[in-house]
Design a protein around this ligand. Structure first.
Ligand code: SF4
Ligand code: SF4
Length: 441
């Protein structure tokens, strides 16, 4: 695609990066076919190609964002299906991240939208605040119907609907410390305990630590790590996202220098995509660029890391039919497609892949709160495809997808690690009946 940026505009490294990306796009439109918002809404401006044109026009003309571009960029899930489809290697992720930061800097949203976004950025990345908010949400649940009828309050209604009825107690295993591996030492890793996941389902990290230590891997929970920054990054709040990235780079660099690390384990693929991008996000910060590159190179999804280990035979081979839902951040963001399915199969599960597996479930960070109508359409489509597999359980590797799919599916939805842990001698995953797991035993 031809571009017309002035030399002065290209002196801004963010604009220069976006210009490089724009020049790679050949307008072929292949990406439209796999874009969930184009498939749902049928509007070219809600397709990757349409958004690319809008972003180009805004940046080239050095214009502040306007209502039209904000509408169509807000509807983008950042699912990155377009990047998997694109034959020209267009890095849509970096382009839309830049557009979102530009919107945040130049566009004044309506008051309630501003307040909702500020509240999400204040609450979600902090486990103590999020836990307190979920307790409050219980009081608001009876008013969901009312909020859903008032357009400006729809996000509040969506938030209350998604809030779980019971909140698990915080796990002591998530506190900073070292969990020693059993037997011969096979490795040493750090684990990201994260933010929302550690509140909604602390058992995911507990199970990961339990399985890794049983396999002989020492697991460090580093002092000072926090939210990966993805939630605010996707809202265009760059200073906050970069502050989170720096905080984690510092925490993990200390762990690297104090005993070494083979990997930084991430159990939420949404976080993994962002942490693997820290090297790019902090490239202009000379104090952090190199350290951030090192951290990004060490970041591994738990299934990526397990696939690199020499695993023993599972203690039980359940034969249960599992529908594997590949989160967008797993398949498109990190290109991890093989390992989770192979691990589940090796552990004795029968893996089925739902139709339209490339399409997002509509969770996408805060999307199911801020764009609840499109999100619900995508969720229902995903659940129909999952249920058509005839599976007994749904497995996936991202807490956002677990919450989203579980809000509409009749099947139990669990993190992949819980099924693997169970097959390798751990306890039966909570919420999954014995009959479902041992159906074919
Ligand atoms: S990231 Fe997803 S929703 Fe956004 S343009 Fe690409 S395919 Fe469409
Ligand atoms: S598939 Fe790639 S090159 Fe083609 S229009 Fe989409 S982003 Fe541009």
């Amino acid at each position: 695609m031809q571009t017309n940026f002035s030399a002065a505009q290209l002196a801004d490294p963010h604009v220069a990066e976006s210009e490089k990306i724009l020049r790679k796009c050949v307008h072929c439109g292949f990406c439209t076919a796999t874009c969930p918002t184009y498939v749902t809404l049928g509007n070219e401006l809600d397709s990757p190609r349409g958004r690319i044109y809008l972003i180009k026009d805004m940046l080239e003309n050095g214009r502040p964002a306007d209502k039209q571009i904000v509408t169509h960029i807000d509807r983008c899930l950042s699912c990155l299906a377009c990047m998997t489809t694109c034959p020209s290697g267009v890095n849509y992720m970096h382009l839309v991240d830049h557009a979102r930061a530009h919107i945040q800097e130049t566009y004044r949203r309506p008051l309630l939208d501003r307040l909702t976004r500020a509240m999400l950025a204040f609450v979600l990345p902090y486990p103590a605040r999020f836990r307190a908010a979920l307790r409050l949400a219980k009081l608001g649940k009876p008013f969901v119907g009312l909020f859903e009828k008032i357009p400006a309050l729809k996000p509040l209604g969506a938030m209350l609907k998604l809030a779980p009825v019971s909140i698990p107690t915080a796990s002591p295993m998530a506190s900073p410390g070292i969990h020693a591996g059993q037997g011969t030492k096979k490795g040493r890793v750090a684990i990201l305990t994260g933010c929302a996941q550690s509140v909604l389902d602390p058992a995911i990290n507990d199970t990961t630590i339990a399985l890794l230590t049983r396999l002989g891997v020492e697991v460090v929970v580093p002092e000072g790590e926090g939210c990966c920054g993805a939630l605010v990054h996707h809202m265009g709040r760059e200073p906050a996202a970069l502050a989170s990235a720096r905080q984690n780079v510092d925490a993990w660099t200390r762990a690297i220098e104090n005993g070494g690390l083979d990997a930084i384990i991430i159990t939420a693929s949404g976080c993994g995509t962002t942490i693997k991008d820290y090297g790019f996000m902090l490239r202009l910060d000379s104090a952090y660029a190199e350290k951030a590159e090192r951290v990004s190179a060490l970041a591994k999804d738990i299934t990526e890391y397990l696939a690199s280990l020499d695993l023993p035979e599972p203690v039980r081979k359940p034969g249960t039919i599992v529908a594997y839902h590949s989160a967008c951040s797993m398949q498109h963001g990190q290109k991890i497609t093989r390992q989770p399915k192979e691990l589940l199969t090796k552990a004795g599960f029968v893996v089925r892949e739902p139709r339209e597996g490339h399409l997002c479930c509509g969770s996408a960070g805060t999307y199911n709160i801020l764009q609840s109508e499109i999100s619900a359409k995508l969720r229902d489509r995903k659940v129909r495809n999952i249920e058509a597999t005839g599976a007994q359980i749904v497995a996936t590797g991202n807490i956002g997808c677990i919450t989203q799919i579980a809000s509409a599916a009749k099947l139990p939805v669990v993190h992949t690690i819980k099924l693997l842990d169970w097959a390798y001698g751990g306890p039966r995953p909570e919420g999954v009946s014995e009959e479902r797991l041992v159906a074919a035993e």
